[in-house]
Design a protein around this ligand. Structure first.
Ligand code: OAD
Length: 249
């Protein structure tokens, strides 16, 4: 969709202009224009080539840690070569235009932080953290080439795992608490680039709606939120977000 064909509904601009507290819930779609594959888009989805249910699980790191680890090393190498896109940058600008903007991201790529956003809840963790479930050590990963043996914790020598939420795991307590608190006080909830299928992340939009917040969805495809959102902008976030911010400036 060319840039000129996207018109940002005035209802969205008015809601954002009057907001005292905004939540931006982002998913893989926000990073798509940075070249990071989404999970469920058929033609480009990360999962079209792999069986994440078999890899992104705690069991995978027990049964076959090297294969599981090397899938994450491959993702790290891919993501490390990407940079924030105009959508990430626009959210930084939005934070300067409104009293309170809380980004809650399901993405583990760190691109909101790289873009300069300061208030980011990494709801599903961060791809570049090595985490020890035995002693709690967390270290920044620095090398992404394929491994011949799983990495070991420098403190207790147990096998490490990536600092991301795996299937079946709970959301880190601090992230969940911050996300719920921001959702419970926002006037506007932006749902950007997410299929809104994975809970509890997908439940936050419903919580915001129930409280009377304005729900704005920016997504290239229909999702379960589309029918209940106050505003739906069916276009790429890297095009829409800069236009939204320009309209507010
Ligand atoms: P998905 O791949 O499920 O959904 C991405 C959504 O973004 C889809 O609805 C696309 O249509 C849309 N989209 C793609 N490109 C876009 C663009 N340029 N602008 C706007 N929208 C675009 O990814 P998520 O919803 O983030 O969890 O997936 C949620 C979670 O499922 C992930 O965090 C991951 C996975 O299980 C964990 O790993 C715990």
């Amino acid at each position: 969709m060319s840039d000129t064909t996207i018109d940002v509904p005035t209802a969205a601009i008015d809601a954002l202009r009057q907001a005292t507290s905004i939540v931006a819930m982002t998913g893989a779609g926000v990073s798509a224009e940075s070249g990071v594959p989404t999970f469920r888009d058929a033609q480009t989805g990360l999962w079209s080539q792999y069986k994440p249910e078999a890899l992104a699980t705690p069991d995978a790191f027990v049964q076959d840690p090297l294969t599981a680890w090397n899938w994450y090393q491959w993702r790290r190498e891919l993501v490390a070569a990407t940079t924030p896109n105009p959508g990430h940058v626009a959210l930084c600008a939005l934070a300067e235009l409104t009293p309170a903007l809380q980004i809650i991201t399901q993405n583990v790529d760190g691109l909101h932080t790289s873009a300069g956003s300061e208030s980011v809840v990494e709801f599903h963790g961060n791809l570049f953290i090595d985490q020890c479930d035995h002693c709690g050590t967390r270290e920044q990963a620095t090398a992404y080439e394929p491994l011949t043996t799983p990495p070991l914790c420098s403190a207790c020598a147990q096998v490490l795992r990536p600092g991301v939420v795996l299937f079946g795991e709970l959301i880190p307590e601090a992230a969940l608490r911050s996300a719920v608190a921001a959702t419970e006080q926002c006037d506007v909830f932006l749902s950007i680039g997410t299929s809104s299928l994975v809970y509890p992340a997908a439940g936050l939009a419903q919580t915001a709606l129930t409280r009377g917040a304005t729900l704005i969805e920016i997504n290239t495809e229909e999702t379960p939120l589309s029918s209940v959102a106050d505003v739906v902008i069916r276009a790429p976030s890297a095009n829409v977000l800069p236009k939204l911010v320009a309209a507010l400036q």
